[in-house]
Design a protein around this ligand. Structure first.
Ligand SMILES: Cc1cc2nc3c(=O)[nH]c(=O)nc-3n(C[C@H](O)[C@H](O)[C@H](O)COP(=O)(O)O)c2cc1C
Length: 367
């Protein structure tokens, strides 16, 4: 089964869209598809002029002599079409829009009624229907930014000549090539699964879609902070004072993966890395650490949507609070002290949901 993927990112192979697309294609190939990716940035595709010559004087043939006629041949031959585009101003990139506009020579100008509405029937009836997949990612951390884009493709696919096979819409996609990418294998595994499902079952299955709809980071405010830190590191001019940021957690700092486990701060940051997303289910919890002694500090773990992030700060509603001298917690983590016994001996204290503490070994089992 031939699958044609169109990558509409101006970044091409170096983009975030590509990361998801290639995982998807791997899954499709494993399921037996023959895949080809076209990078629109490497092609010359002129704007449609709206002259309709391809519908009148030269049926099926555009006035432009560029790379599009060869791509129309590839479209005709493919059984599955994957439109992969970054979100640009709530819709497809300009490259992808030109490509989509230039597909109209494949249709007849006539308007006919099929199923529940009017459509243009396609030329080359043997080439249709096709399975259609949309893959996108965007810079904002919230999924609602894709609503217009998805609607465009749902309309596009709402024809007897198309079979909607589903979408992968990844908010916060800049993480896909960030230092946190190693923690996102679960997402790319799901994208790989989706590729296989489109080939074998005709569409992305609901369980896989549910995983793909999970945010890459549980907390959009953290994503915003990381993005802003990045822009600042590039020396981008600062925001004017009158611009107000109402993000709820701008005071708390995300702890990035630690290099060693010498302090409780490192240990808490390491717990977020060691978190077993696969065992988390729908657990939502906050574990607050109040560290006393020589190296005091306040840290918390935020667990939601199968993700765990570590912060420096005090959370207003922890599920479980652990008050501990630094050396006691470090000794427990290093296996020098038995956690349950140390608790009974009062060497550290807990408040809140004790059953969560009982799950630590399982939930942070790579620690
Ligand atoms: C011109 C332009 C418009 C963009 N518009 C949006 C947008 O509307 N919403 C959004 O969340 N991100 C937007 N972005 C960010 C991109 O979607 C984001 O950088 C994405 O990761 C790029 O994917 P790529 O690396 O595959 O090109 C825009 C970026 C550019 C350059």
């Amino acid at each position: 089964m031939k699958l044609l993927a169109i990558n509409g990112s101006p970044r091409g192979r170096r983009g975030n869209t590509e990361v998801i697309l290639q995982a998807f294609l791997e899954g499709a190939r494993d399921a037996g598809a023959e895949t080809e990716t076209v990078y629109l940035k490497d092609k010359t595709i002129l704007h449609c002029t709206g002259c309709f010559t391809c519908w009148t004087k030269t049926p099926g043939v555009c006035i432009h002599q560029d790379d599009m006629p060869a791509l129309l041949e590839k479209v005709r031959e493919a059984r599955i079409l994957v439109f992969a585009t970054p979100l640009y101003v709530f819709t497809v990139s300009g490259l992808m829009k030109d490509f989509m506009d230039r597909l109209i020579p494949l249709a007849f100008p006539y308007i006919i009624h099929r199923d529940h509405h009017f459509i243009h029937p396609m030329r080359h009836p043997e080439a249709w229907p096709k399975r259609m997949v949309l893959i996108s990612n965007c810079g904002f951390p919230e999924g609602h930014h894709f609503s217009g884009l998805e609607e465009t493709f749902l309309r596009f696919a709402d024809s007897p000549d198309m079979e909607w096979a589903g979408s992968i819409l990844c908010a916060g996609g800049e993480l896909l090539r960030s230092p946190l990418q190693d923690r996102l294998t679960w997402y790319l595994d799901a994208a790989r699964r989706a590729g296989g499902e489109v080939v074998e079952e005709g569409r992305i299955q609901p369980e896989t879609k549910a995983v793909l709809d999970r945010p890459l980071l549980a907390d959009p405010a953290v994503y915003a902070r990381m993005a802003n830190a990045y822009w600042r590191s590039l020396g981008v001019d600062p925001l004017p004072k009158e611009v107000v940021d109402t993000s709820p957690e701008t005071q708390d700092r995300l702890l990035l993966p630690p290099r060693s486990l010498e302090t409780v701060r490192d240990v808490v940051a390491g717990m977020a890395v060691a978190f077993r997303s696969d065992l988390a289910g729908d657990l939502r919890a906050v574990v607050q650490f109040e560290v006393e002694g020589e190296d005091p500090g306040r840290y918390y773990l935020l667990i939601a949507d199968g993700q765990c992030a570590a912060y420096e700060g005090v959370h207003p509603g922890p599920t479980l609070t652990i008050r501990t001298p630094a050396d006691v917690w470090l000794a427990i983590v290093q296996g020098e002290l038995d956690g349950a016994q140390a608790l009974m001996e009062g060497r550290y204290a807990v408040e809140g949901d004790l059953s969560l503490l009982m799950q630590f070994n399982r939930l942070f089992s790579a620690a």
